[in-house]
Design a protein around this ligand. Sequence first.
Ligand code: 5GP
Ligand code: ZN
Length: 115
Amino acid sequence: MANDCLFCKIISGDIPSTEVYSDDDIYAFRDINPAAPTHILVIPKKHLTDVKSAQAEDEALMGKLLLRANDIAQAEGLAEDGFRYIINTGKHGGQTVFHLHLHILGGRALGWPPG
Ligand code: 5GP
Ligand code: ZN
């Protein structure tokens, strides 16, 4: 838990969120400002500032993040038509919350490339 981290406060329940999935290592919840019909954030419960902060000791956790996202995408009915995972990183990546999060976007066709 990092002080003054919005997503750590969401994990602890200090800030409410709409839970989609939770286990010992991973939490998933609906984005407050959805960019698509389905917009879910999947985060490690361990505070990592961004994806490039992950170390060798986080190898299993990073794998779990992706596999749980797959389970969630399937459960949300996104598997057939497809979806997109996004991990915004740093200034040019457009990251605004500095606790690693994987966006799941689905439910409509998404444009490419990003602006
Ligand atoms: P980023 O731009 O850092 O990749 O994504 C941050 C995401 O967190 C944004 O899509 C934003 O809508 C979402 N977000 C910011 N504050 C909150 C909040 O308090 N609750 C929820 N559920 N989502 C949030
Ligand atoms: Zn955090």
